[in-house]
Design a protein around this ligand. Structure first.
Ligand code: GDP
Length: 200
């Protein structure tokens, strides 16, 4: 399951302009700053493949990365940017990503990234419910599990709280992974999961 080769393919401003759907692909989504770029760099062992920034990204681009010449990681725009942007930004994000989910026949699975260093966020719940409504198969990836506060294991507490909130609406939870791009924790499990889905 190791990534031997990872290359940037293209940044596309719309689904129509995405590369041809030749390879099975996995899309990553999550709030801005959730650690999406860091996870892509960690999974591919390719620092600088995806841009890591401290500023929440504003550009709406779909980035394709080709892995081992056989499958793709797709980096979708993050949601929950500026509070001031409000509903309009949210609606435009939904339209943009929905277009992608509906049109990409080669989309195998989505990874919904959730920041384990913060308490459960309503926006992440909404995104999960929205994916389920659209019947998009997805798994949760809790990120930054290394970033515990001095007073104790905050990340595991946050993850537990998130799952408890979900359990109110969901009979069965999707697969959940816990990762740290700092320590590489959870990386092989996640790559193994993606490999098992490709083999289906
Ligand atoms: P993106 O906006 O979702 O692509 O997020 P980035 O990958 O740019 O990361 C946002 C911020 O979170 C950066 O300051 C990263 O250094 C930090 N970060 C990302 N992943 C981790 C992680 O696994 N652990 C910790 N402690 N910080 C992380």
């Amino acid at each position: 399951t190791r990534v031997k080769k990872a290359t940037f393919v293209k940044s596309s401003p719309s689904v129509k302009l995405c590369p041809p759907d030749r390879y099975p692909e996995f899309a990553l989504i999550g709030r801005s700053n959730v650690g999406k770029s860091s996870l892509i760099n960690c999974l591919t062992e390719h620092n600088g493949l995806a841009k890591v920034s401290k500023e929440p990204g504003m550009t709406k681009l779909i980035n394709h990365y080709l892995i081992n010449d056989t499958w793709c990681i797709v980096d979708l725009p993050g949601y929950g940017f500026a509070k001031t942007a409000g509903k309009e930004a949210r609606d435009s994000w939904i339209k943009f990503t929905k277009d992608f989910f509906i049109s990409r026949d080669n989309l195998v699975h989505v990874l919904l990234l959730v920041d384990a260093s913060t308490p459960p966020q309503q926006l992440d719940m909404e995104c999960a419910n929205w994916l389920a409504e659209c019947e998009v198969p997805f798994a949760f990836v809790f990120t930054k599990i290394d970033s515990n506060k001095k007073e104790g294991p905050t990340c595991s507490k946050n993850i537990r709280a998130f799952k408890q909130m979900l359990a109110k609406d969901w009979e069965e939870l999707p697969w959940c992974f816990e990762t740290s791009s700092k320590t590489g924790s959870g990386k092989s499990e996640l790559l193994g999961y993606l490999a098992s889905l490709r083999a289906l």
